[in-house]
Design a protein around this ligand. Structure first.
Ligand code: GSH
Length: 265
């Protein structure tokens, strides 16, 4: 059976699980030991030297990065297609995915760094929060425009364009900011959350929490005790600097509780 190294909170892993469920492909989704500590090892680390979820194991194939995994899934199991048919429409959907993965995602991630990991407090935390709220409002406007009068970001049917947006908007809603009621974006979010593939993916989160995993509840202590070493890579690193949080990075480096991407050898 397919194995997908997962963390139910990860929007990147959620993208892949929604795709597999839309395709009717069974999979197991273990959570790697040591995820977030920078100390994961074994099969997961072999599959993804970046020590990030998702990582896919399919026979001898080992892959990381949600977009690459989605492309592999589409190649292996073309039915039902998750990308639109025409080159222009496929490219349009991929642009949305790129924006969500690299521009939008760090807003949710950064808010969690502040709120759950307690990387900033007081005035700095308030400034970062305010900036994030403003950015999210901007992206809601951008997304509303991308959706236009379509039923789905993907076009006529649910697909890649939708699974690329949904985990992030659910994440933001969980952090207390949702598209305004009555907008097309709010209606789309409700519609998308009714998809069985999405219901099952959201249920993974509640199942994890009800199985006794503290979720984000305990992470500030883990950071303090040096048991968490979060990855500050690419757009996340840029975002933290852009919103005025360079001190967060300097503190994390001094306390050795953040890490950068690995050098591959
Ligand atoms: N570009 C990657 C990003 C994956 C990623 O950043 N995963 C995060 C979880 S959302 C992770 O596993 N981070 C490990 C860490 O922070 O230590 C993808 O699309 O799969």
């Amino acid at each position: 059976m397919l194995k997908l190294y997962d963390h139910p909170f990860s929007p990147y892993a959620q993208k892949v699980k929604i795709a597999l469920r839309e395709k009717g492909q069974a999979f197991e989704a273990p959570m790697p030991q040591g995820i977030g500590s920078g100390g994961a090892a074994g099969e997961f680390a072999d599959a993804n030297p970046r020590l990030e979820v998702p990582a896919l194991i399919h026979g001898d194939v080992r892959l990381f990065d949600s977009t690459i995994i989605l492309e592999y899934i589409e190649d292996c199991w073309p039915q039902p297609p998750l990308l639109p048919a025409s080159p222009a429409e496929r490219a349009r959907v991929r642009v949305i995915e790129e924006v969500m993965d690299t521009h939008y995602e760090p807003i949710n991630w950064g808010l969690s760094e502040v709120r759950n990991f307690k990387r900033a407090e007081g005035e700095l935390a308030a400034r970062i929060e305010a900036r994030a709220r403003e950015q999210v409002n901007g992206y809601f406007t951008w997304l509303e425009r991308q959706l236009g009068d379509r039923q789905w970001f993907n076009g006529e049917s649910f697909g890649w364009g939708d699974l690329a947006v949904l985990p992030y908007l659910n994440g933001t809603r969980g952090l207390g900011q949702a598209p305004e009621a009555g907008t097309r974006l709010a209606a789309w979010l409700d519609r998308a959350n009714d998809r069985p593939s999405v219901v099952a993916t959201v249920k993974d989160i509640t199942d994890m929490l009800s199985a006794g995993n503290p979720g984000m509840g305990d992470v500030a202590r883990l950071v303090r005790e040096g048991l968490f070493k979060r990855e500050y890579r690419d757009h996340r690193l840029e975002w933290m600097i852009k919103v005025g949080g360079i001190q967060v990075i300097l503190d994390g480096l001094a306390k050795d509780n953040i890490r950068f991407g690995p050098d591959l050898a």
